[in-house]
Design a protein around this ligand. Structure first.
Ligand code: MF3
Ligand code: CO
Length: 250
């Protein structure tokens, strides 16, 4: 396993890529309302990306057919935007997206409620986001990857939610997925040591029910096996000698 340490120049490019992605997320969030087909979010993302002369890192990734992933309710991640899939009041919707700027990747996901949602679903969204922040408190040079994983698990377990184990966070830079993997569940091994200059995506995926998942026949969409709602929150961060820098949040 080799984990890349980014140079100051590379870090600046990662900052620009991720800041642009954060702006795109803010624009997409404004569109969410009952009656919107998920394809409209994909079209808006494609337009944003084209206007800035950058690229989507998801489009054509292992054959993925859209610019972003839009996952509704029991869909955990990698939902394919569709004209047939229309947002309904009470749904929760996760948008996962990434950009390539001058060869450097960004990756971030957010989950939103559509119109009025139940307090139970709102809490799932909020605690998934809080789990990310609990995890990155441990994302410091000298700590190990497992310190992040265990902090996320420690935060989530008391709520009785299911942590998705089959998908994990990851390093990123000149590729969307680099070493190391960043699991969101309890680790017995310490895993690699974190060093200043590493850039990683931390991305808890949390189900209201159990954490087990299945793949739909489209070979992309990951769903909660028990059909329970699922939330996803992700940012790209830079490891420093002090607090981590969240690159994809403005
Ligand atoms: N954003 C996902 C991740 O966090 C990757 C999506 S790949 C795609 O790793 F092809 F589904 F878009
Ligand atoms: Co990711």
């Amino acid at each position: 396993m080799s984990i890349s340490i980014k140079s100051p120049r590379e870090i600046e490019l990662m900052r620009i890529s991720n800041r642009m992605l954060a702006e795109m997320h803010l624009e997409l969030a404004k569109l969410i309302k009952p009656g919107l087909p998920t394809s409209a979010l994909d079209e808006a993302a494609a337009k944003f990306i084209k206007e800035r002369n950058v690229e989507s890192n998801f489009l054509n990734y292992e054959g993925y057919p859209a610019s972003i992933c839009v996952s509704v309710n029991e869909e955990v991640v990698h939902g394919i935007p569709s004209r047939e899939k229309v947002l309904q009041e009470g749904d929760i919707v996760a948008i996962d997206a990434g950009i390539i700027y001058k060869g450097y990747h960004s990756d971030a996901a957010r989950t939103y409620g559509v119109g009025q949602i139940s307090p139970e679903r709102q809490k799932l969204i909020d605690e998934t986001r809080n789990a990310f922040f609990a995890g990155i408190k441990q994302a410091r040079a000298g700590n190990h990857v497992s310190d992040i994983s265990n902090a996320i698990a420690d935060y989530i377990e008391p709520f009785g939610y299911g942590i998705v184990r089959e998908l994990v966070g990851h390093g990123l830079g000149t590729s969307l997925h680099e070493d190391p993997q960043i699991p969101n569940f309890r680790q017995t091994r310490r895993g690699p040591k974190l060093q200043a200059g590493m850039t990683i995506a931390v991305e808890p995926m949390i189900n209201l029910g159990r954490g087990d998942v299945e793949w739909l026949d489209d070979d992309w969409t990951v769903v909660a096996a028990d059909g329970s709602p699922s939330a996803h929150y992700e940012n790209t961060i830079l490891i420093t000698d002090g607090d981590p820098e969240i690159l994809s949040l403005i």
